[in-house]
Write a protein that binds this ligand. Structure first.
Ligand code: SF4
Length: 300
């Protein structure tokens, strides 16, 4: 790490030590709790996860507690968080942790990556946020900050991860990563970066070149826009398959007799029997529902 990067990291840490958000999963170093929080945070907003994290963890405080519970109980506790595949993967991971790791969340990148639904980001997040190992976690927020402030140009995912790795000061990975995540989430936001509140403003490559909050017609393009993982807009939820899946799952929770095939359109709100059937089949393929005597039902 050169002098410029060292200065940047120090400024970052000074800011982070003073302003880091107090979030429930930051008060623990329990790898299971961190794994649960990361599963929830993947596609659900922080404010919503703050409310749900504690009660969910109280119900399934350990991998063994979750592995012993029927999948239906886990899905019920997950209700309202969306993307039920995450809950199903968590349940499968708990089973693997009990069967292959004596009930303890593994502590290596390779073993974590082997758990169902655990990708490179989540595996590193557990190692850093729970075990304080020296790794770099890179989500869209972190990639955006690094592209703008450090690199000043667009990067591939591999280059972003390599750059992030070089910036982790040994022994301080927890604060370092949490601070980068917060800076990207609250200050260096995608649309309107608040450079006036940013600890990196005097060092930021993009802003020094005329970008950031000074961006005008002649400003250099935002490096984050072409950086891997930072520019994929979330598809609209209204009218999406995800919305249809959510509606079917919500209806199944109260439909004791399940749903007949000709009821699916009424529930999804679509006038498209083929599409409703396809989405219902997707729920079955994901283990979130089953077909029984021609009716869609909750898993056994
Ligand atoms: S100075 Fe602005 S653009 Fe640069 S890292 Fe800070 S908030 Fe982002």
């Amino acid at each position: 790490m050169g002098a410029r990067e060292r200065g940047l990291v120090e400024a970052l840490h000074t800011w982070g030590a003073a302003t880091l958000r107090d979030l429930p999963w930051r008060r623990t170093r329990d790898p299971w709790a961190v794994l649960v929080s990361e599963a929830m945070l993947q596609q659900t907003q922080v404010a919503r996860v703050v409310d749900r994290f504690g009660p969910f963890l109280a119900r399934f405080p350990t991998p063994a507690a979750m592995a012993a519970a029927p999948l239906a109980d886990v899905l019920e506790a997950w209700a309202g968080l969306g993307y039920y595949r995450r809950a199903r993967d968590l349940h499968r991971s708990a089973t693997v942790i009990v069967a292959e790791h004596a009930g303890r969340v593994p502590d290596t990148l390779a073993a974590l990556r082997a758990l169902p639904g655990v990708g490179p980001y989540t595996a590193r997040a557990v190692l850093v946020h729970a075990l304080e190992q020296d790794h770099a976690v890179v989500d869209t927020n972190v990639a955006r900050v690094l592209a703008r402030a450090v690199q000043g140009e667009a990067m591939t995912a591999a280059v972003t991860q390599r750059l992030a790795d070089t910036l982790v000061p040994p022994g301080r990975a927890w604060l370092h990563n949490q601070t980068l995540l917060d800076l990207g989430a609250t200050v260096c936001t995608a649309r309107t970066p608040r450079c006036g509140a940013c600890p990196l403003r005097s060092r930021c490559r993009w802003r020094r070149a005329g970008g950031g909050d000074r961006a005008g017609a002649s400003a250099p393009p935002d490096p984050a826009r072409r950086t891997a993982g930072t520019s994929r807009p979330q598809a609209a939820f209204a009218g999406s398959d995800r919305q249809g899946r959510g509606r079917l799952l919500a209806a199944l929770r109260t439909a004791d007799a399940g749903l007949a095939v000709d009821e699916l359109d009424r529930v999804t709100g679509w006038d498209d029997a083929d599409r409703s059937r396809r989405v219902a089949d997707g729920l079955v393929a994901d283990g979130l529902a089953r077909w029984s005597r021609g009716r869609l039902r909750t898993p056994r």
